[in-house]
Design a protein around this ligand. Structure first.
Ligand code: VGL
Ligand code: ZN
Length: 214
């Protein structure tokens, strides 16, 4: 509803941020998020509507610290994963099919493609800050140089990289709206996705369905 838009939402430019909509997080991928592929048509509509848009890619080297054995490189004994050490099956290995965008995603529409999680000893859930909470991806600076003060967030997964990106966006001073029908959750424990959305709302994130935005 246009009438309920907050002042903040209309103050400055807006950008769309699509988190990790990649083959490995969709059906047939190594870390498939239930229904992940279902959001592709809607994300295409959002990409058409936003002149400033960013697609992120989880982009890990082989043997990345977040991979569980036997995928993790056993020579890498540095516990630098920021709590994700050995947490996931091998996924989104740089340059592989799993790290690519799904064929149906109109990725050419994006202004920026940002890759994260590329350091062997460090994971990055958030699109803004890596899990050491110090290393920056540069995204906040890029958005600020373009005069963007409000971001709309979509993508995968609600309870991991989307959640972390929204929290950092808020902490960095952006107004943030989660596009609630353009995200999907891992739901490792049932309800994780819904709990994450509740938490984000409590932190000041606006929750809207796409028809209120498009
Ligand atoms: C993600 C787990 C591991 C995500 C990335 O994009 O939510 N989840 N790497
Ligand atoms: Zn990852």
């Amino acid at each position: 509803m246009a009438g309920t838009r907050s002042l903040l939402e209309n103050d400055g430019r807006r950008a769309l941020l699509v988190i990790d909509l990649q083959n490995d997080f969709c059906r047939g991928g190594a870390l498939a998020v239930p229904g992940g592929e279902d959001i592709i048509p809607l994300v295409n509509e959002l990409l058409k509507a936003f002149p400033i848009s960013v697609l992120t890619q989880d982009w890990h080297p082989k043997g990345h610290c977040s991979f569980a054995p036997p995928f993790k490189d056993i020579r890498d004994s540095i516990a630098g994963g920021g709590g994700t050490e050995g947490s996931w099956p091998e996924h989104c290995v740089a340059g592989t099919w799993g790290a690519d965008f799904p064929l149906g995603l109109e990725s050419w529409r994006a202004r920026l493609i940002l890759r994260k999680g590329s350091r062997p000893d460090l994971d990055s859930y958030s699109a803004f800050l890596e899990n050491d909470r110090i290393s920056t991806t540069g995204l906040a600076g890029w958005l600020k140089e373009l005069g963007v003060s409000f971001i709309y967030v979509a993508g995968l997964a609600t309870d991991y990289c989307v959640r972390a990106s929204v929290l950092d966006g808020l902490a960095l001073g952006f107004g943030v709206c989660l596009v609630s029908d353009a995200v999907r959750a891992v739901d490792a424990s049932p309800g994780d996705g819904d709990r994450a959305i509740g938490e984000l709302a409590a932190r000041g994130c606006i929750i809207r369905r796409s028809e209120e935005i498009l």
